[in-house]
Design a protein around this ligand. Structure first.
Ligand code: 4AD
Ligand code: MG
Length: 433
């Protein structure tokens, strides 16, 4: 019996006879030879069936295989210098495991709606496979970075009574006769965790019923939210840039094949690992836009995506925009020490038009000031009384941030739309499949 292997491990089995389970992604054949593009989830490579080397039945079966038929094959692993993957299998036997007829996603071009309706199958394609590998590496490197740097992972609840990022885009649900919301951010709970454990991070799903139908908005997305006690914003910014550089480097190191499939410019990605990232103030960003004939924005407005893209294009690396007007930011942000119209915060804007990937700030530490903000924002004092407690019992300076996983995947993978950065995207008009 030949040893069962995965395609990705081919390099360790050159010259050996092996067995593997795979799907037929595509097929090319002539009178004497059949080339099967095989995929097993770990990678893609070519299987070669030569008429003169196999039985008549095997050759006939190879010729009849249809797209996405699952097979068990045996054969010998060989080097294949012509392919990017570098290896192929010379097939000696084929056994069909599951037939596949009229597979809907063919090599021809399909429209986006069609592909989104078949997302459960589209995930099998080479590009989607590469994107998910980049996503997986960003996740892996995130845990590695925070574990190495003394953070502990804390899981905030998903069902909550609070609305840290404003009440307009909350998903409301019935909680045994009371209102509850799907979490739009774990931050407030992470602040409690920071007071208990020092440096913490969360990594979980968040939900926003945003009416935005853009290339950057999902209804359900994953966020990494670190929170650090005894830390001011300046030090938090250093952690943010180190973290982003670290995960980009990890993708460069460990996703060579995926980046190649995605045709991502790795020289460009390398630039994003060079620190520090530039920092400009919100005021300067407004001036920059005005100097460049943006007449549709005034001091006090939030940036739209054309603004963010213009600012991003003015720098070679991700750029921090710091100290936004208080009026357009959430209630928990600490006001600037010398200016009460702006808060101590920063958004990190990704290059190449991918928009904001991080939002973060220093948090208000004073009980009375925080209570006043909670009231001003029309939030319930009762609902936030636990959060106020954090300012009652040993309040300390603390800062934190949230990085959106899907926006980061979209940027690092260099793809057009955030819907391809998550296995099953939830969009304004889509919850299928
Ligand atoms: O800027 P946001 O709203 O910040 C917070 O939620 C803070 N409580 C984080 C914190 O300080 N702990 O969201 C953070 C990031 C954004 O920069 C963006 O990358 C992502 O989350 N994000 C979205 N990603 C996809 N679809 C959406 N609808 C998103 N909304 C925010
Ligand atoms: Mg934000």
């Amino acid at each position: 019996m030949s040893k069962m292997i995965s395609i990705i491990d081919s390099k360790d089995h050159v010259g050996e006879s092996v067995q593997l389970g795979a799907w037929v992604a595509s097929k090319r054949s002539s009178g004497k030879i059949v080339f099967l593009q095989l995929r097993d989830g770990t990678a893609y490579f070519q299987g070669v069936v030569v008429k003169s080397e196999v039985s008549e039945e095997v050759f006939a079966l190879a010729k009849s295989l249809t797209q996405e038929t699952s097979v068990l094959i045996t054969g010998e692993i060989r080097e294949d210098t012509r392919s990017k993957f570098g290896y192929e299998i010379g097939i000696s036997t084929i056994e069909v495991v599951g037939e596949s007829h009229d597979y809907p996603i063919t090599p021809k071009e399909h429209g986006t709606d069609f592909l989104m309706d078949h997302r459960h199958l589209w995930l099998r394609s080479r590009k989607q496979h590469a994107i998910m590998q980049v996503r997986n590496e960003l996740i892996r490197a995130t845990y590695e970075f925070f574990n190495k740097n003394g953070f502990i992972k804390i899981d905030p609840p998903i069902l909550t009574g609070s609305a840290p990022e404003g009440t307009t885009d909350l998903f409301k649900t019935d909680y045994f006769g009371r209102d509850a919301y799907l979490s739009q951010s774990g931050q407030l709970y992470m602040e409690a965790a920071a007071m208990a454990f020092g440096k913490v991070f969360s990594f979980g799903p968040t939900f926003r019923a945003e009416q935005s139908k853009t290339r950057r908005h999902l209804i359900e997305f994953w966020m990494i939210e670190p929170e650090m006690a005894f830390m001011h914003q300046e030090e938090s910014l250093e952690i943010q840039e180190q973290y982003v550089a670290y995960i980009v480097q990890a993708v460069l190191d460990n996703c060579t094949y995926a980046l190649d499939v995605l045709e991502r410019d790795t020289e460009q990605l390398k630039k994003y690992t060079e620190l520090p990232f530039p920092r400009i103030s919100y005021d300067d960003a407004i001036d920059l836009l005005k100097e460049n004939n943006f007449d549709d924005i005034e001091w006090g407005d939030d940036f739209g995506s054309p603004h963010e893209t213009f600012i991003a294009n003015s720098f070679e690396k991700p750029v921090f925009i710091m100290n936004y007007p208080k009026a357009i930011k959430p209630f928990y942000m600490k006001p600037h020490p010398t200016r009460d119209d702006v808060v101590i915060c920063a958004d990190l804007i990704a290059p190449e038009g991918y928009g904001e990937i991080i939002g973060g700030s220093e948090r208000e530490t004073d009980y009375d000031k925080l209570l006043a903000e909670i009231k001003k924002f029309g939030l319930s004092e009762d609902e936030y009384s636990w959060y106020l407690d954090l300012r009652k019992y040993g309040s300390v300076p603390h800062s934190g941030f949230g990085l959106g996983l899907e926006r980061t995947v979209t940027w690092v993978a260099g793809i057009d739309h955030v819907r391809e950065s998550i296995p099953f995207p939830r969009l304004l008009n889509r919850i299928y499949p």
